[in-house]
Design a protein around this ligand. Structure first.
Ligand code: SF4
Length: 376
């Protein structure tokens, strides 16, 4: 671990590099805790380039905590639609309501208050407190962990609780106490740009002289890989209805408490948003879907129900590898299902839907109505 004058030189060089070469990102032009918070939540598991347009749109509609707290959840989810991990949006709004209820709409600046907000853990709290309030909290996200592991040539599983605790102590010791916000961002920026997971660009690195991993020639092997969780294959069939007016049927976000046993796997896969009637299948998907249609009392257009198979849609959520088989089903009347909405098949995004549901709609439109496409 670096100490004394060496640590001082390390801090000075990294901060100078960050101040000169940092990427110009919209959330770096402000210290408004609401904006810093929003960016941190959006950036979780999501690339910077994907976040920027969402961040701007979200702020245009919800410029402050009060506006977000007062919004309809559906509208918040619609603006989040396509960004994924929708629990983030729900937690964001619950937090906004808590901030209004408990702090008069002013973002709290005490660690315990920030940590009590839904969806905010140690990392996000440290980022907001340091960047917006200059509080001395060191962040430890994946980027910072990788930089620290390489700087100190740390081997072993960084995700174990011992590994994590060790790195947090290290991050705390390195924190520049005069500029904690810039320091945290500098460490993250180094990890996100030069000290990237696959090929660290040590020749350009402002702190290469302090890096033990580089000296030992093992930088690109660190952090050591952990064992991957085995992939779980999930197969689903989706019923994409189309009535005589070209409308389809979307089901409301499944709720934990009254979810149907038939659609057990579906809530997490559709991110608790609007979705096509979908069931898990094995073997003959059409036979299984027909059985489901009988239970829904679906009326056919003329005689039996005709299923048109669309191209399969593949989607991955962490360790789950999902294949959805969409079937277009022409019907005289859309079945009546409690809470379901009728929407034009080409315009399903008027409701908050997941990326997976968008892909299903596109595949169904391509199969049933070549030449049309779903808005995305
Ligand atoms: S020298 Fe290389 S491995 Fe070390 S911190 Fe810099 S970019 Fe990362």
């Amino acid at each position: 671990m670096l100490k004394g004058p060496e640590l001082a030189a390390f801090r000075k060089q990294l901060l100078a590099w960050f101040r000169q070469f940092q990427r110009d990102l919209p959330w770096r032009r402000t210290r408004d805790p609401y904006r810093v918070w929003l960016s941190e939540i959006m950036l979780q598991q999501t690339r910077v380039a994907a976040v920027i347009p969402y961040y701007k749109r979200f702020l245009e509609r919800f410029p402050n905590v009060l506006a977000l707290a007062a919004a309809r959840e559906e509208e918040v989810l619609r603006l989040w639609s396509g960004l994924g991990y929708y629990s983030r949006a729900r937690n964001l709004q619950r937090s906004a309501q808590q901030i209004v209820g408990e702090h008069g709409g002013k973002f709290p600046s005490h660690s315990e208050d920030v940590l009590s907000l839904p969806g905010i853990g140690n990392y996000t709290a440290a980022a907001i407190l340091s960047i917006a309030f200059d509080k001395k909290h060191a962040v430890l996200d994946g980027n910072v962990a990788r930089v620290l592991a390489r700087l100190g040539a740390v081997r072993g599983d960084l995700r174990s609780s011992l590994g994590r605790q060790g790195l947090q102590k290290w991050a705390d010791a390195y924190l520049d106490r005069k500029s904690p916000g810039d320091w945290n961002q500098a460490m993250m920026e180094l990890g996100a740009t030069l000290c990237s997971p696959k090929s660290p660009q040590c020749l350009l690195c402002p702190v290469a002289q302090f890096c033990e991993g580089r000296k030992q020639g093992i930088a690109d092997l660190l952090p050591e890989k952990r064992k991957k969780r085995a992939t779980v294959e999930i197969r689903l069939a989706a019923a994409v209805f189309s009535d005589q007016q070209g409308r389809t049927l979307l089901l409301p976000p499944p709720e934990e408490k009254n979810r149907e046993p038939l659609v057990d796997h579906v809530p997490t896969l559709v991110s608790h948003l609007w979705h096509f009637p979908t069931i898990p299948v094995s073997g003959d998907a059409v036979a299984k879907l027909r059985g489901h249609m009988r239970r829904l009392r679906v009326q056919s257009q003329n005689g039996g129900l005709h299923f048109v198979a669309a191209n399969k849609v593949r989607h991955t959520v962490t360790y789950r590898s999902i294949t959805v088989e969409p079937f277009c089903i022409g019907v005289k009347k859309l079945p009546r299902i409690k809470g379901a909405e009728r929407v034009p098949l080409g315009e399903i995004t008027i409701l908050p839907v997941s990326n997976l549901t968008r892909k299903v709609a596109r595949a169904a439109l391509a199969a049933a109505f070549p030449g049309k496409s779903a808005h995305s």
